[in-house]
Write a protein that binds this ligand. Sequence first.
Ligand SMILES: Cc1cc2nc3c(=O)[nH]c(=O)nc-3n(C[C@H](O)[C@H](O)[C@H](O)COP(=O)(O)OP(=O)(O)OC[C@H]3O[C@@H](n4cnc5c(N)ncnc54)[C@H](O)[C@@H]3O)c2cc1C
Length: 380
Amino acid sequence: MTDIVILGAGYAGLAAATNLAGRVRRRDDVRLTLVNAGDRFTERLRLHSTGAGRPTADLRLSALLAGANVHLEYGWVTAVDADARTVRLDDARDLPFDTLIYALGSAADTASTPGAAEHAYTFDDFRGAEALATRLDRGTVVVCGSGLTGVEAATEIAERHPDLAVHLVGRDAPGAFMTAGARDHLRAALDRLGVRVRTAEIRKVLPGAVELTDSRLEADVVVWTAGTRVPPLAAAAGLTVDGRGRIVTDPSLRSVSHPHVYAVGDAAAVRQGFGTLHGTCQSGMPTGVHAAASIVRELDGRQPRPFRFGYYHRPVSLGRGDAVVQFTRPDDSPRRAYLTGRAAVWYKETVTASPWPTYARMLKLPALASWWPRGGRYTR
Ligand SMILES: Cc1cc2nc3c(=O)[nH]c(=O)nc-3n(C[C@H](O)[C@H](O)[C@H](O)COP(=O)(O)OP(=O)(O)OC[C@H]3O[C@@H](n4cnc5c(N)ncnc54)[C@H](O)[C@@H]3O)c2cc1C
């Protein structure tokens, strides 16, 4: 019997678990255990909507996996012993494994800027997002971080709460990575919704204010979306990690120091020909599926194949009624093509809604999920 333990039921971990369950459903020599903090699937792609006060579906892992050959284990992982091959949970239980899939994801980086952890809301889980929603009754909201999550949060909050003053502050101008047309559309949406944009370095978050390099913004509520970090668990386990704490993987997504550990999603430093993948659901789900397929190859005595992936889009919602989708080259640089308005809203919603039904499909038809853009010459 081979014990395979998957840590984290986010976008990548659930892709790995459902795909693997589908692939081994007729075998009796494999036991699958999925460990997650709770039963509710954290739909991170919608947490800015939750934070703005929109109800979000209550998707349950137990319902998805009812009848499937996956044992669900609820608990908070406090340690991994990669050499002894055990995982420790917060109730002091130890789970043994032969093969581990590490998919514990990432969280907002509130550690690099003083005061962010104490005084800002994040979109790491439902609790934080729902707590933010209860605070949006009046005053000024400052969204820190002008990346996609910051833009999505600022526009959604401004649209749903037109009486609030909403500021978006970050080092780069919003939409900096886009082509001029897409960026102009994004900026026009921010203007239309009354979001005040400031390009500045954030020094500190204080109770009731955000300190910038050259000034100070008074704030009733601060939302933090500037950068991500990964939990220190992987480094503490003795796994080789990069400068940001992500597990360094070989071409097949196995840890370079502990090949019986696969790393997927935001928690992994996955190298491609053009550089290291940055955390997205777009790349995270394929890493989970690839790990599942590789493990089955190894169980059958074959070598896993190298993972290849190329980006294809960056969809950004701009409130509920508008969006912009920048199509990209495999290395994530912008192509000329982009979508705006209704077509982009439809595209973005289709992408956001697709993971959950995909997991259910993978339990039955795992091989179908092995399609994603491989990146062509960018990843050869
Ligand atoms: C508001 C927002 C919007 C986004 N929009 C997009 C988008 O449009 N497109 C896109 O591609 N990406 C988007 N992203 C990024 C995307 O959400 C992440 O890249 C993706 O969630 C990574 O998947 P993952 O499985 O690696 O980690 P996660 O989805 O974070 O899952 C990690 C799981 O592990 C669990 N966990 C963590 N630590 C422990 C522990 N110690 N013990 C037990 N369980 C634990 C968590 O509860 C969670 O279930 C967005 C992110 C945010 C915050």
